[in-house]
Design a binder for this molecule. Structure first.
Ligand code: SF4
Length: 688
């Protein structure tokens, strides 16, 4: 038996610490890390069964050009040549990277530097675009920087926790356990706001099954009511918040309790009870996730939540904050190095002074000067022939992007597609000209940042199998072959970490909250031994925000008009996760015990809707949308609102002919964040 290695879970944004003890060749015992601040030794079912997923079944072990195994040199030379030639002929905007919240921060940093500083385009986007980019846009609008102003311990200090658009019990189980423990100890009140009655609602003090898409009306209504009750924190607002002209007047019209209840389709008494709970408990954490972010008004929904917290001074204080919880293990680390097409490194935007600053730091020959294409637009550009070379890293867009059939047609048409991945055959690798074998969890070495800004090490406890290599190594080898060896001369992830830390501090002068100056000269052994730590302390505790005025900004947001059901598409499709599966099941699908919770993809239907369609529990039914259709088994559920159905996101062509949720959502996105609205696609349902 080997020594226990402290690492971090491969799955969700809770970022639990894991103690992994190798017990043989690719065998390991997994325990929760008692010393990790996120989980204190606890693990959910997915984390517990990680040891069953580290075998080599289905692994990509060698570089491949088409179906031919080749040497690394040959594959890397080809990738560099095709990218170089494409840029020379068509310009830097004709190439793109599509990366992933599964990458470590060091991988993300090198990919971002290559594209934005050396190729000279910002066409690098990430699957985090589908996860929390509305939270990023909302934070930037309100705070001037993408800062999550909360930590998990705030859940233990709050008197009221509001979960909005989050099935926390299934999607962030350890956070949910912490909430339940706080409730048992302190009697913390819990309100769940979700169109569906999920497991998260069990035992909650209140569940508000609001009409999908009515979240802005709900939060504006709450703020209007609080203002009416004299609950606005005037001293905090006067000193620390900018209020746009006409804000209160706008809120004073059409946001009374009765109108709000009608728009949200809620019982007014229930709504009033929520308002009263909010008013009575200044220590409030409002935690939100994909139900807020994955909407065509996601950013406004985020700002409607933040507005309430700013107006009541519930920010920067123990147990009081708006709290975006992310989906992926390193969605936050990617944000910190500028992994989104719309951001630069170290939380900077594309303001000319930031472009110049990052360009100076990198000694960049070709800095991108404006944001690149966001995920949905990026694949649209591929389909239209504007992007001619694409490198996909550690993600499966042929399944996960909305309107997946169109995404596949774009990949088919793209003249040159590279995929670096752990898995040999995914729905996306089917379109790859070159496949590059990447390191997997348990082999990777670097850092990740969880939802509360805690940075933890992912440490290897197994050797790299076959010819697999870390993602950062693959990217720097391509950069070297494109002519930039000195600028990408990294030998270890610690080299990259130090450079990233120096960049966060470079000409920062306290202007940005993200500042890792203390790590700028960290030694290799200190990096190896790095304990989990959270950057930024308690953000905004002094009432100062990283905006030019030093004040936070209220954002005037209005409720969009909610459309009546369409004749041909009378239902609304909502999509999401199962408790024991992860993304497209390339990892969780390897653990048989995880399949027991839900063995197949189900469409959840309210009994009234099912009766009208002559459907019974267990029947097969086809879900259709204007984008496509797929077959699911029917699960009758009183937890569904009538008129709405729910399907899981996990099943792919690789494992199933039906249950293909990816084919169904429309490719409409939020105008500020570019995040797709996965939660409300017009749909129809019929017996097969
Ligand atoms: Fe892993 Fe998330 Fe479960 Fe923690 S809650 S063990 S990070 S999947």
């Amino acid at each position: 038996m080997g020594e226990a290695v402290r690492t971090t879970c491969a799955y969700c944004g809770v970022g639990c610490g894991i103690s992994a003890t190798p017990t043989g060749a690719r065998e390991v015992t997994i325990r929760g890390d008692d010393a990790h601040p996120a989980n204190g030794g606890r693990l959910c079912s997915k984390g517990t069964h990680l040891g069953e997923t580290i075998g080599l079944t289905g692994r990509l072990l060698h570089p491949m050009i088409g179906e031919r195994r080749v040497r690394w040199d040959k594959a890397l030379d080809l990738v560099a040549k095709r990218f170089r030639d494409t840029i020379a002929r068509h310009g830097p905007a004709s190439v793109a990277f599509y990366v992933s919240g599964q990458l470590l921060t060091e991988d993300y940093y090198v990919a971002n530097k290559l594209m934005k500083g050396f190729i000279g385009s910002a066409n690098i986007d990430t699957n985090s675009r589908l996860c929390m980019s509305s939270a990023v846009a909302g934070h930037n609008r309100a705070f001037g920087e993408d800062v999550v102003p909360a930590g998990y311990e705030d859940l233990e200090k709050a008197d009221l926790i509001v979960l909005i658009g989050s099935n926390t019990a299934w999607c962030h189980p350890i956070v949910y356990q912490r909430i339940q423990a706080a409730r048992a100890e302190r009697g913390t009140k819990l309100v769940v706001i979700d169109p569906r009655r999920t497991e998260t609602c069990e035992g909650a003090d209140l569940h508000l099954p609001l009409r999908p898409g009515s979240d802005v009306a709900l939060m504006n209504g709450l703020l209007a009511w609080l203002a009416e009750q004299g609950m606005v924190h005037k001293p905090f607002m006067d000193s620390h918040v900018e209020v746009p002209e006409g804000f209160w007047k706008h809120l004073g019209t059409g946001h009374d309790l009765w109108t709000t209840a009608r728009i949200c389709d809620l019982d007014p008494a229930l709504l009033r009870r929520f308002y009263e709970l909010f008013a009575a408990n200044p220590r409030t954490v409002t935690m939100f996730s994909q139900g807020i972010n994955q909407s065509i008004r996601g950013t406004d929904q985020v700002n409607a939540i933040i507005n309430v917290h700013l107006a009541t001074g519930r920010i920067g204080q123990p147990g009081a904050a708006p709290f975006s919880i992310t989906g992926q293990p390193n969605a936050m680390g990617g944000r910190e190095v500028g992994g989104l097409a719309s951001t630069l490194a170290a939380h900077m935007d594309f303001a000319p002074e930031n472009v110049a600053r990052v360009g100076r730091f990198w000694a960049a020959p070709a800095m991108a000067t404006k944001p690149g294409l966001k995920a949905v637009d990026l694949f649209r550009a591929i389909g239209e022939g504007r992007i001619k070379a694409l490198w996909v890293m550690a993600t499966n867009p042929a399944v996960s992007l909305p309107d997946a059939a169109t995404v596949r047609a774009a990949l088919e048409k793209c003249p040159f597609v590279v995929v670096s991945d752990v898995i040999a055959d995914t729905d996306t690798t089917a379109y790859a000209d070159v496949r590059l074998p990447a390191a997997a969890w348990g082999e990777k070495d670097g850092t990740v940042t969880n939802s509360e800004r805690t940075i933890s090490r992912q440490r290897p406890f197994m050797d790299l199998p076959g010819e697999a290599k870390p993602d950062w190594w693959i990217i720097k080898e391509v950069a070297r072959r494109m002519g930039w060896s000195g600028e990408f001369a990294y030998d270890t992830p610690a080299d990259i970490w130090r450079e990233h830390a120096r960049l966060t501090a470079y000409q920062n002068d306290g202007a940005r909250v993200l500042n890792l100056a203390a790590h700028a000269a960290i030694g290799n052994s200190a990096y190896e031994a790095m304990e989990p730590f959270r950057w930024g302390g308690t953000p905004f505790a002094d009432g100062r925000f990283p905006t030019p005025s030093g004040r936070a900004r209220m954002i005037k947001v209005g409720q969009m008009e909610l459309q009546a059901p369409l004749a041909d598409w009378p239902l609304t499709l909502n999509t999401g996760r199962y408790r024991d599966q992860w993304h497209t099941m390339t990892r969780t699908g390897l653990a048989p015990k995880l399949a027991r919770h839900r063995e197949e993809p189900l469409v959840e239907v309210h009994p009234k809707d099912a009766a009208a369609l002559d459907l019974k529990d267990g029947d097969l039914a086809r879900v259709s949308t204007p984008q496509g259709n797929s077959t699911f088994r029917v699960l009758l559920s009183e937890g569904q609102r009538s008129g709405e159905i729910f399907t899981p996101i996990h099943w792919t062509d690789q494992v199933s002919t039906g249950g293909r949720t990816g084919l169904l959502p429309r490719p409409l996105v939020d105008p500020h964040s570019g995040q797709p609205g996965f939660k409300s696609t017009p749909a129809a349902l019929a017996r097969v």
